[in-house]
Write a protein that binds this ligand. Structure first.
Ligand SMILES: Cc1cc2nc3c(=O)[nH]c(=O)nc-3n(C[C@H](O)[C@H](O)[C@H](O)COP(=O)(O)OP(=O)(O)OC[C@H]3O[C@@H](n4cnc5c(N)ncnc54)[C@H](O)[C@@H]3O)c2cc1C
Ligand code: SF4
Length: 570
């Protein structure tokens, strides 16, 4: 039997990453006692060396990570064999979670992303929603999430240029974005010769480029430094804390209230329920002991794969198929963002991008979402086009030779030496939909070192995703050619296993028959269990997930504070 902790908490949060680390703050400020159980440990800025060999090649800190011991398996469909497993899990176990080493692009979704079914039906007819997709409208719209986007942007510090403040359009920002109540808290990250070159090329095509938003200080902000633009924050933390991670923003602020207790190196293995089927607390392992943390409310925030796995592992007489899974919805509506089908270009001159970072770039939204007419097209959705300034030596040398040199020997060396700063890869994030036969469950064979099954991914991209990819790739090629590229290689869309942009598995929706959580992020079946992270998202939009994940986390926490007496267990 586990040893009970002496003091029950009002709220226990499983995982203090991008989502859990944000939710802790409004809860603690409201005076609730919060315990954050985090599988990883604390890192300090001194741990974040700008070292490509260590961070990107040897995979620090993944090698000592819990996530690495439970890498999900993947098969493209239910009748295909499991593909070879990834060697390294992309996500991070630490206080701050993957926000420690993410790129920090900080996008809001567009209003269309919340209403894909009804808007597609209204504009093009119901038959345009792809067959086999389980997509639903979100149970909230952009306007309802906007105050939470705003709160998070100001709390963590986001740099950018607004394109739509209360309906006033500003062509220096994203003219397609939904209305925001005010400007970003900071101006965009600085422009470079390369980002300006790409903006000019986009304008020459009649497109409307703008600087991408980033959770990175473009100027000193609150108690943190401005960015130094030296790069190395792709899979590395920021040693001057200019980049947001919840470890340097919301978590220390929540701790300063005296209401948040952070327990590190605490691996949660199970969520417990009482005889009424309400969550009563969680079991976790720390220092070789099994402990039980009682709580009146449980918030699950351990990233998509672990959110699903922990629910499926938490069986009980009330929930024999896994917690909150009496309707068989846990693991359904899973999808991996379609990031494949890129375009890599070679230019005839140096681009001078040795200084810079992946969030410092020029974006184009003209071909995203439903920002253009799809009447004559055979797909719905689109993609955000992004070209950024980052370059690191090992990655630079690992370049495509565009058929102009062999892959080895002195001619290869000479080619790389001349062209290492002359190539760029367009980052294309595209609409991806959930489908009936894409899902997560527990692997029947592969187990982690504790003996628990790992998560199994059954997933492949479908026709709509491939058509979007081909269309958006062609736009990227046009853009690169307009900027003067002399050679372009087109990438393909391949089956995707564990990813940094995973969605679904505990989807949010009105209907308890097709969704795990309600419109507030609380389980339809267990009213004092909340779920945070992209596992609740039913669509991806054409941009990275984390700001939306954080806005939703703040909203769920805010709802909990306001409805405490109904939600909390007595
Ligand atoms: C290299 C990289 C670049 C990225 N760039 C961007 C970007 O530019 N913009 C963007 O929007 N997104 C980006 N992402 C994605 C982003 O990191 C995720 O969307 C985000 O971190 C998800 O938040 P989360 O809280 O759900 O998960 P995480 O931030 O991973 O946090 C989950 C936490 O739960 C903990 N945990 C897991 N299991 C347990 C357990 N059993 N018990 C206790 N604790 C547990 C983990 O240790 C972790 O701290 C990037 C990701 C990577 C890897
Ligand atoms: S480039 Fe900026 S955000 Fe990235 S590690 Fe350096 S200072 Fe930090």
């Amino acid at each position: 039997m586990p040893t009970s902790q002496p003091s029950p908490a009002d709220v226990v949060i499983i995982g203090l990453g991008a989502a859990g680390g944000v939710a802790a703050l409004p809860l603690a400020r409201a005076g609730l006692t919060v315990v954050g159980l985090e599988a990883g440990r604390r890192h300090s800025p001194a741990d974040f060396a700008p070292d490509e060999l260590r961070n990107n090649v040897r995979g620090w800190p993944h090698a000592v990570q819990k996530a690495n011991r439970e890498i999900p398996t993947h098969r493209p469909n239910a009748s295909s064999p499991t593909l070879p497993r990834l060697a390294v899990h992309p996500m991070m176990n630490a206080v701050g979670g993957t926000s420690l080493h993410y790129w920090a692009q900080s996008w809001r979704l567009n209003p269309w992303d919340f209403k894909v079914v009804s808007e597609t039906t209204r504009r093009y007819g119901a038959s345009r929603v792809p067959r086999g997709s389980t997509i639903e409208d979100w149970p909230l719209d952009y306007a309802e999430l906007e105050p939470y986007y705003d709160a998070v942007e100001y709390e963590i510090g986001v740099s950018g240029k607004a394109g739509n403040v209360n309906g006033t359009i500003d062509p220096r920002g994203n003219v397609f974005e939904g209305p925001r109540r005010r400007e970003y808290p900071m101006p965009p990250l600085r422009r470079t010769g390369f980002t300006e070159m790409m903006a000019d090329a986009a304008r020459s095509l009649g497109w409307r480029p703008f600087p991408g938003p980033a959770a990175i200080n473009s100027q000193p902000n609150q108690d943190r430094s401005a960015c130094m633009y030296h790069g190395y924050c792709d899979r590395g933390g920021c040693h001057v804390s200019a980049k947001n991670s919840t470890a340097v923003t919301t978590i220390p602020r929540a701790e300063a209230t005296g209401r948040l207790t952070v327990v590190t190196e605490a691996t949660v293995t199970r969520i417990e329920v009482d005889a009424r089927g309400r969550a009563s607390g969680v079991r976790y392992l720390k220092d070789g002991r099994e402990l039980f943390q009682p709580a009146r409310v449980v918030l699950l925030a351990s990233y998509v794969y672990e959110n699903v796995r922990l629910l499926l592992l938490s069986t009980s007489p009330a929930f024999p198929r896994g917690l909150s899974n009496n309707r068989g919805q846990v693991g359904r509506h899973y999808f991996a963002h379609n990031l494949g089908g890129g375009a890599t270009a070679l230019f005839p001159r140096d681009l001078n991008t040795w200084y810079g970072l992946p969030a410092q770039g020029t974006a184009v939204d003209d071909w995203a979402d439903d920002n253009f007419d799809h009447s004559g097209l055979d797909f719905i959705g689109g993609g955000n086009l992004f070209l950024y300034s980052d370059r690191r030596p090992i990655a630079a040398a690992n370049m495509n030779t565009f058929g102009k040199a062999p892959q080895w020997g002195s001619r290869w060396k000479a080619f790389v030496s001349e062209n290492a700063d002359r190539w760029k890869n367009a980052y294309l994030q595209k609409t991806t939909l959930p489908y009936e036969d894409n899902y997560l469950d527990l692997d029947p064979v592969v187990k982690d070192p504790l003996g628990f099954p790992v998560c199994r991914i059954t997933f492949d991209f479908k026709e709509n995703e491939r058509r979007v990819a081909a269309f958006v790739q062609e736009k990227a090629v046009q853009w690169l050619q307009a900027a003067g590229a002399i050679a372009i290689e087109r990438g393909s869309v391949n089956p995707t296993g564990p990813t940094t942009h995973a969605y679904g598995g505990t989807r949010m929706g009105f209907d308890a028959e097709t969704n795990v959580v309600d419109r507030w992020g609380f389980s339809h079946e267990v009213p004092n269990l909340g779920i945070l992270g992209a596992s609740v998202m039913g669509t991806s939009g054409s941009r990275n997930p984390t700001l939306t994940v954080q806005a939703l986390a703040w909203r769920t926490a805010d709802h909990l504070v306001k409805s405490w007496s109904q939600r909390a267990d007595a």
